[in-house]
Design a protein around this ligand. Structure first.
Ligand code: SDX
Length: 393
């Protein structure tokens, strides 16, 4: 029993660490950030930067605290001008996630020398630098892949509106982001901000436990998130919808899933054996965005709805508790926002950076913290003596 939550002994045996940041009940489909239900944060009047404050510091900010936090993050969104040279080394068609891994890791070369990870103030500065600069770097990856000039941040815009400005504005015309679309992207960032000990967060904690600098640790998290079973799923959902093409092809595609030739991307979850609460919120956001853009009859969205309906009624999926997860709808929303498929996981990384860095900071704040060292069950050859080449068959 820890606090208000009780865990069965079987669960406790599998827990890899303790944390006060995020609680998930996979059976009930519940997700709390620092005790607050995700529904209330995503749809109850909060925003992404306020959620960042909550995840980092553990409490909702006062008005003064929020204003100070937003001001500090806003005033650090520019990157060192020399950093822009890294992009010259990438091929024009480099995947934005490849650029993200490289450039975020390279931040170590700009901010690591004076950083003492044992010093709470130094850790806080690193947190602000990452939170401030990750959207700028993400937008630069997008602009480079599109052959567009980099757009400098604007301090007069909110965090998410500025991110859209850095991605979509052009020097040729004024750009004012649509508030409905800004709110939708802000909600995507809130929903993806943290998720307990998922693969990428566990990677950040393990690499951080060795004392590695936070920029290198976040780069390791980005690399892990890239996989199609994890953060790359929203990109895989859109590629899957393109592959299916039309509703008529759904039955044949589903047969392939049942024969295990391919997975139904955007479905299933290691922890949620009920609806992923984020998926329900994302579906409502999807409806809002498509209505705002007049895309309700978008064939890709209609195909996704048909797929969802069939899966939710099919015994194969119901018996395996395979429900839509957050990635099933987030790709459709991002596609409607004009974000290209290869940028979906980059957006996920922008959101999850606050989760990664909050877990890193929580772990580094523990005076009893030790380097992670998972053990294994050896199932290889028994002890045997070396055989010289001449004596081998
Ligand atoms: C994220 O950990 C996190 O919290 C991650 C995340 C986060 O916020 O960080 O929530 C983000 O990664 C969400 C998941 C995104 N991934 C996908 O949508 C890719 C498709 N999903 C699958 O790859 C899969 O569902 C996983 C990887 C997410 C979970 O895989 P598990 O743990 O193997 O699922 P399971 O044990 O519940 O599987 C039970 C059965 C198995 O079949 P059987 O051996 O019983 O016959 O269901 C099958 C699985 O093969 N199965 C699927 C399936 N997912 C599981 N079959 C078809 N399509 C799927 N999507």
């Amino acid at each position: 029993k820890t606090g208000m939550f009780t865990f069965d002994p079987g669960f406790l045996a599998t827990a890899s660490c303790e944390s006060k940041i995020t609680f998930i009940d996979g059976d009930q489909g519940q997700l709390y950030y620092r005790g607050y239900p995700i529904e209330q944060l995503a749809e109850g009047g909060s925003d992404f930067l306020e959620t960042c404050y909550l995840l980092i510091y553990g409490e909702l900010p006062s008005k003064a605290q929020k204003d100070e936090f937003v001001k500090t993050v806003t005033e650090h969104t520019m990157v060192h001008e020399q950093l822009t040279r890294f992009w010259q080394g990438f091929r024009r068609d480099a995947h934005p996630m490849a650029m993200m891994v490289g450039v975020v890791g390279a931040l170590s070369a700009f901010y690591q020398d004076s950083l003492d990870v044992a010093n709470p103030r130094h850790r806080e500065v690193a947190i602000y630098r990452l939170l401030s600069k990750i959207p700028t770097i993400a937008a630069m990856c997008y602009r480079y892949s599109q052959g567009l000039p980099f757009a400098y941040p604007r301090n007069d815009l909110s965090y998410t509106a500025n991110f859209m400005h850095m991605m979509f504005s052009t020097p040729c015309a004024p750009y004012e982001p649509n508030p409905v679309l800004v709110r939708a992207l802000d909600r995507i960032l809130i929903l993806h901000a943290d998720h307990e000990q998922n693969a990428s967060t566990s990677t950040v904690r393990l690499s951080g436990s060795s004392g590695a600098n936070p920029f290198a640790c976040i780069a390791a998290g980005i690399a892990t998130l890239w996989g199609p079973s994890h953060g790359g799923a929203n990109e895989a959902v859109l590629l899957m919808l393109d592959e299916i093409g039309s509703v008529e092809n759904v039955p044949a595609f589903m047969e392939g899933v049942k024969n295990k030739t391919h997975k139904l991307m955007g479905f299933g979850h290691r922890v949620y054996k009920n609806m992923d609460p984020r998926a329900a919120i994302m579906k409502r956001t999807c409806d809002e965005v498509l209505a705002e853009l007049g895309l309700q009859d978008d064939p890709k969205f209609k195909l996704a709805m048909a797929l969802e309906k069939i899966a939710l009624e099919d015994e194969y999926f119901v018996s395996r508790k395979l429900y839509p997860n957050v990635d099933f709808y987030s790709g459709i929303v991002q596609s409607a926002l004009g974000i290209p498929v290869e940028m979906f996981t980059v957006i996920f990384a922008v959101a999850r950076t606050v989760g990664w860095i909050s877990h890193w900071n929580e772990m580094m704040s523990d005076p009893g913290m030790k380097i992670g060292r998972p053990r294994q069950l050896y199932t290889g050859a028994p002890r045997r003596d070396y055989v010289k080449m001449a004596d081998r068959g």
